[in-house]
Design a protein around this ligand. Structure first.
Ligand SMILES: [Zn+2]
Length: 410
């Protein structure tokens, strides 16, 4: 087969040839030349490797860095050791980070592999890139019986590099369990002076999501781990992106009943309708994902925070904020407050009460809402000052005098 990189005609165009002639993997070669992998892979090369070519013994006793990197990858949900092997998968756009991990993990006997699979759903050959070792190399008897816990700076820097996402200056950090999120929050507060807050969105069974509390906390967190993050290819620039800003939009629909207290016309009657909500988020393209944010995350947040609360409910009874008048205007302000903690890149909401009537709203950014709190219009009936005006005191005194007079007459 003719190699478009070096012009030679090797018997097999594979990673071995390509790494030697151009430093590319076969998948990168396919992407560079916009060729389907199906054309480059013979059927006998499709399928998982059986691990028989892997070293049976680790290369040495894993040092502190190796243990910390493995622990960080585990936290990031990248380690799959459900079978006889341990696999760490990486995306094609960031192979250098995977190779950087490999350099640290070498004592465990890890190797890099690019596997080709037939994906029946799309009728295509797809590639997977991963590091692999035999699972027994992680736990074998050659390891010291007692080892101190892995070094935390490297562990959390590795975790952030693989799982952290930056949105509008706030770092979002998913964890598999609340316990892991608590440990991470404690480390970040203690060692880096960075405050975080857990976001409860009911995502995944037992999962947890942490966000830096303020943009200043993000700066402290990243600067505190700068040496570690700088040493990993592409990570520092990913958290300081210089990529185009794009607005992405999601439409959701919910059916709700509502009424408007003290409305002079028929809107004071309980009536129902189909609300259509457009949520617009503007942010910079993440060079790792090619996206501003994951549409799946956007949908889960809007469903959990808005749709599930309102769909087939009476808006006025969804919360005291809307009990008086659930107008599209107040509803938009309320929805904004439900979303901004989870979507700090939120720029606009458009809410249709009917196809002919809608409103657009851009509320305060997260920093401003943290400083100023909830919109006073939504707090009117929960404000502790309600009921304590001088006029109410006058009314109570007047009522009391009136009753006394009544008692005298009786
Ligand atoms: Zn070549």
């Amino acid at each position: 087969m003719h190699c478009l990189e070096c012009g030679a005609t090797p018997t097999v165009l594979d990673n071995e040839h390509l790494l030697a002639c151009s430093g590319l993997t076969l998948q990168e070669y396919a992407l560079r030349h916009a060729l389907p992998l199906d054309l480059l892979i013979s059927p006998d090369r499709i399928g998982p490797s059986d691990g028989s070519d892997l070293p049976l013994m680790p290369a040495g006793i894993p040092d502190e860095t190796a243990r910390a990197v493995l622990a960080g990858l585990r936290l990031a949900g990248k380690v799959d050791d459900s079978g006889a092997t341990c696999r760490i998968e990486g995306g094609i756009v960031w192979l250098d980070l995977l190779f950087c991990d490999l350099a640290q993990l070498a004592p465990y006997g890890f190797r890099f592999r690019q596997e080709y699979h037939y994906a029946p759903g799309t009728h295509r050959v797809v590639a997977k890139n991963f590091l692999i070792t035999l699972k027994r190399n992680l736990v074998g008897p050659w390891l010291p019986a007692r080892v101190p816990p892995p070094e935390q700076r490297t562990q959390y820097a590795t975790y952030l590099a693989h799982a952290g996402e930056l949105h509008a200056g706030y770092l979002f950090m998913p964890f598999a369990s609340p316990g892991e999120a608590e440990d991470a929050a404690a480390f970040m507060a203690r060692e880096l002076g960075a405050a975080t807050r857990p976001l409860d969105c009911g995502f995944g069974a037992g999962g947890a999501l942490l966000r830096t509390l303020t943009q200043a906390d993000t700066t402290r967190l990243l600067d505190g781990l700068r040496d570690e993050l700088d040493a990993m290819p592409g990570v520092w620039t990913r958290f300081h992106p210089d990529t185009p800003a794009i607005t992405v939009s999601k439409e959701v629909v919910f059916d709700s009943a509502h009424f408007l207290t003290d409305h002079p016309a028929k809107c004071s009657n309980l009536h129902g309708g189909r609300y259509v909500l457009h949520v617009k988020v503007r942010g910079q393209i993440d060079p790792l994902t090619g996206c501003v944010l994951d549409y799946g995350y956007l949908k889960r947040v809007v469903n959990a925070r808005v749709v599930e609360r309102f769909d087939h409910h009476t808006l006025n009874y969804a919360g005291p904020e809307l009990a008086w008048r659930s107008t599209t205007e107040l509803l938009s302000a309320y929805i904004w407050e439900q979303l901004i903690d989870y979507l700090p890149e939120l720029v606009e909401l458009t809410l249709y009460e009917t196809p002919q009537s809608w409103c657009q709203y851009s509320g305060p950014d997260l920093e401003t809402s943290q400083r100023e709190g909830s919109q006073p219009l939504l707090r009117r009936f929960t404000d502790p000052a309600l009921g304590h005006s001088p006029w109410r005191q006058w009314l109570r005194a007047w009522d009391a005098r009136h009753e006394n007079r009544q008692a005298l007459c009786d």
